[in-house]
Design a protein around this ligand. Structure first.
Ligand SMILES: NC(=O)c1ccc[n+]([C@@H]2O[C@H](COP(=O)([O-])OP(=O)(O)OC[C@H]3O[C@@H](n4cnc5c(N)ncnc54)[C@H](O)[C@@H]3O)[C@@H](O)[C@H]2O)c1
Ligand SMILES: O=C(O)C(=O)C[C@@H](O)[C@H](O)[C@H](O)COP(=O)(O)O
Ligand SMILES: [Zn+2]
Length: 363
């Protein structure tokens, strides 16, 4: 049973990765010492249809009292208005500062439910039960919670670590193909910045099989956990490495109505742009850049920016990126597989050139 300990002093927690874990969630809660009797399960309409009953019956069998709160599926639900509506429904269902929030779903549900937990009655604990590749390899760990606004991605939120993360890879079986493949952009990101060997393992993986090895998920979580442990609140800079591909990626994701381009799809484009600048400024050789592009392509991820998305809009959306300080952006570049660095010298013109580069067909 792979498990990853996330060591953050009094905010430390376990991430357990195990096939079939959803139906044993109640026991896992008891084992983890979760004593809050009143649980608000937050999920989206798609995920709830497949997985809410299994979770709720396991929690209730273990003695927990639950209520279920649904948001519509998709990125446009990651908004302040849905945060308010979920909070108000939880109050009406009798939840208070002694309640626990459980996020059952992908990154949208996890980010929103985590933010609800951060502010509900000024803060209650929460547990992540991720059901997409994005959320299992990335978003359920690390404590970044929040919502999007019209002006840009994730611009309102809070750091709030979960108490426990339960990953059941079998839940991936019900995920549609597009949503399954998009998540590999984050795994490829982790491999690129910290684990060159994982690039080869991902290249050897059957991109169409839903039997995603628990070990592969756990390796991704461990990469993220080790980085988060060094810089939980992204004040020192090391955590920004996890933003590889996200500067232009977030600009693209926010340049179209939320949900039109999935997070992993936008990050795939953002990774191509970052590889372009890495070749120019960080000495990344063309062969290594091409191997990352081939991997993104293998998981059917987009690599060419549609003409309908204007470079000016992408640049305007990314101008509010949280990594801008004093007019300079911390931009993540790859030197070689497994080794990423943060540059402070990327200019507006570089960002424009890299976005324009995305219009060229792959060589
Ligand atoms: N907090 C972080 O560190 C972090 C990291 C990465 C991404 N994110 C955020 O995560 C979000 C993207 O997450 P996502 O890609 O998981 O999107 P998502 O949560 O919208 O899930 C994608 C789609 O799959 C459906 N779905 C989810 N699990 C399912 C299942 N098991 N079976 C059937 N359908 C299922 C959902 O209903 C949705 O329609 C973005 O908002 C991104 O900014 C956050
Ligand atoms: O956890 C992090 O740190 C990450 O950067 C992980 C990213 O995959 C994720 O998309 C995150 O939400 C981006 O963070 P942001 O601070 O740029 O919004
Ligand atoms: Zn991401």
């Amino acid at each position: 049973m792979p498990a990853v300990h996330v060591d953050l002093s009094d905010r430390s927690y376990e991430v357990i990765v195990e096939n079939g874990l959803l139906s044993r969630a109640g026991d896992a809660f008891v084992k983890a010492g979760i004593s809050f009797g009143n649980i608000a399960v937050i999920s989206d309409e798609n995920v709830a249809e497949f997985h809410a009953e299994t979770l709720i019956s396991s929690l209730e069998t273990a003695g927990y009292k639950t209520s279920l709160h649904l948001i519509p599926a998709g990125e446009s639900s990651k908004s302040m208005s849905h945060v308010e509506s979920v909070c108000r429904k939880m109050i009406r269902a009798g939840h208070d500062r002694k309640s626990l929030v459980v996020a059952l779903g992908g990154g949208v549900t996890g980010d929103l439910a985590g933010f609800v937990a951060a502010i509900f009655y000024r803060g209650v604990p929460f547990v992540q039960i991720p059901t997409t590749i994005v959320s299992q390899v990335d978003s359920s760990v690390g404590g970044k919670t929040g919502v999007n606004v019209e002006e840009g991605k994730n611009l309102v939120g809070a750091f709030h670590q979960p108490r426990l993360v339960l990953v059941d890879p079998e839940t991936l079986r019900t995920l549609p193909d597009r949503e399954f493949h998009e998540g590999f952009a984050e795994a490829i990101k982790h491999a690129a910045i910290r684990d060159g060997e994982m690039l080869a393992d991902l290249a050897a993986l059957d991109a169409e099989s839903r039997d995603v090895p628990a070990d592969l998920i756990a390796r991704n979580i461990a990469i993220k956990a080790r980085i988060v442990e060094t810089d939980e609140f992204e004040t020192l800079g090391t955590r920004a490495l996890l933003n590889f591909g996200h500067t232009i990626g977030h600009g693209i994701e926010a340049a179209v109505p939320y949900g039109q381009m999935l997070h992993g799809e936008a990050i795939s484009l953002g990774l191509r742009a970052a590889l372009f600048l890495s070749q120019k400024y960080a000495g990344l050789d063309a062969q290594h850049a091409q191997s990352v592009l081939n991997l993104l392509d293998k998981f059917h991820l987009p690599l060419v920016l549609p003409d309908s998305i204007s470079t000016d809009t992408v640049l305007e959306k990314l101008s509010r990126d949280k990594k801008f300080a004093g007019g300079k952006i911390r931009f993540v570049l790859l030197e070689r597989p497994g080794v990423a660095v943060i540059s402070q010298t990327i200019t507006q013109q570089d960002l424009r050139d890299a976005t324009e580069h995305l219009r060229t067909p792959l060589s």
